[in-house]
Structure formats: C-alpha cells, structure tokens
Design a protein around this ligand. Structure first.
Ligand code: APR
Length: 179
C-alpha cells in the first residue's frame, strides 16, 4: 500500500515527480488549480496540451481520464491532467471521481513516477462536497496497487485539510482492523 500524506498549501510548488491538475475537457486552462499550474508552469504546458488535443483527444479529454505533459517551470517533472466530474445531487458520479485517481496513478506508473500530488479534484468550481470527495479520493488511492511510493494530497483551504485528515484517519483505522 503506498504512503499517503496530506499537506496544506499550493500544489504548484510541491517537489514531487508528478502533480495532478484538476483540468477541464478542453485541456486549455481555466481557474483554480488549472489556472495556477498553467500560470506558474508557463506556456510549454499549454502547448503540449494543445498537441494532445490535436493528436489524441480532438473531442476533448473525457471525464475520468488522464494524460501527462511535462511540468514546464514547476518543480515537478510531469503534470498529469485529469477531468473530474461536475457534482450532481441527483446522479452518482463517484465512479468518475474514482477514475480520475486510478487513471492518474496508471499514467504515473507508465511514466515511472515515484511520487504524485493530487489536489482535491472537483471540490472547487465543480462543486463536489468535500466529505464525499475525500472519501472517494482516499479510498481509491489506499486501495490502489500502484508502483508510486508516495501519494500526497495538497489541500488549499484549511477546511479541506481538516476533512481529508478526518477521512484518512477513519479509512486507516478501518484498514488497520481488516488488514
Ligand atoms: N493548489 C492546491 N489546491 C488548489 C489550488 C492550488 N494552487 N488552487 C485551488 N485549489 C483547490 C480548490 O480550493 C479546490 O479545493 O483545488 C480544489 C479543486 O478546485 P478547482 O481548481 O476549482 O477544480 P475543480 O473543482 O475540479 O473544477 C475544475 O475548474 O479551474 C477550472 O479548468 C478547470 O474547468 C475546470 C474546473
């Protein structure tokens, strides 16, 4: 089982092999994490995203899928762009949020990344409640059989940090009883 660490801060300054971007299907940038990664990483990231759109995903990257680019000026080596689901109160989209994590870890394994940092995907502009998102994200990564040694979640707001800490503690207590 990979080590899972939680920190509060800005994902664009974290020194890991791969940082995960909460992108949208266009891969052409946006606000939140997406805006910060493109702003701090520089234009080479967008240029690679535009090439991926031309060569692999002309219709846009589907929700739940992930692709990698270099990280430009960021301390990381790669950015893994994934598209989270927009929250719906009437339709359970948790499988798509889980897929963002499993697909990002699959891409990280393909790259040979030893460490990865996730933001709280879909919990900003896409409106996913923190408690539900934390449960999906942390359950998915703790159950993964990835080669990545260190999985980090970088939480921007203090409340997100508290929710992820409480959720991870509950998951690890349950696993401690069952493993
Ligand atoms: N580092 C870490 N976390 C951050 C940062 C940052 N620099 N900036 C924002 N966050 C947090 C937000 O507080 C939120 O908890 O990342 C989480 C995800 O929020 P968003 O970035 O809004 O992503 P999401 O909810 O998945 O919405 C994706 O927003 O930015 C656009 O282009 C993106 O259309 C897409 C949509």
């Amino acid at each position: 089982m990979p080590r899972v660490d939680l920190i509060q801060g800005d994902i664009t300054v974290v020194e890991v092999d791969a940082v995960v971007n909460a992108a949208n299907s266009s891969l052409l940038g946006g606000g939140g994490v997406d805006g910060a990664i493109h702003r701090n990483g520089g234009p080479s990231i967008l240029e690679e995203c535009q090439r991926i759109r031309r060569e692999q995903h002309s219709e846009g990257l589907p929700t739940g899928r992930a692709v990698a680019t270099t990280a430009g000026k960021l301390p990381a080596r790669w950015v893994i762009h994934t598209v989270g689901p927009v929250y719906s109160a009437t339709e359970d989209r948790s499988h798509l949020l889980a897929s963002c994590h499993t697909e990002s870890l699959r891409v990280a394994d393909d790259l040979g990344a030893g460490s990865i940092a996730f933001p709280a995907i879909s919990t900003g502009i896409y409106g996913y409640p923190l408690e539900a998102a934390a449960d999906v994200a942390l359950s998915t990564v703790t159950d993964s059989n990835t080669d990545v040694d260190l999985i980090m979640f970088v939480l921007f707001e203090e409340r997100a940090m508290r929710v992820f800490e409480a959720t991870l503690g509950r998951i690890q207590r349950v696993k401690g009883r069952t493993s």
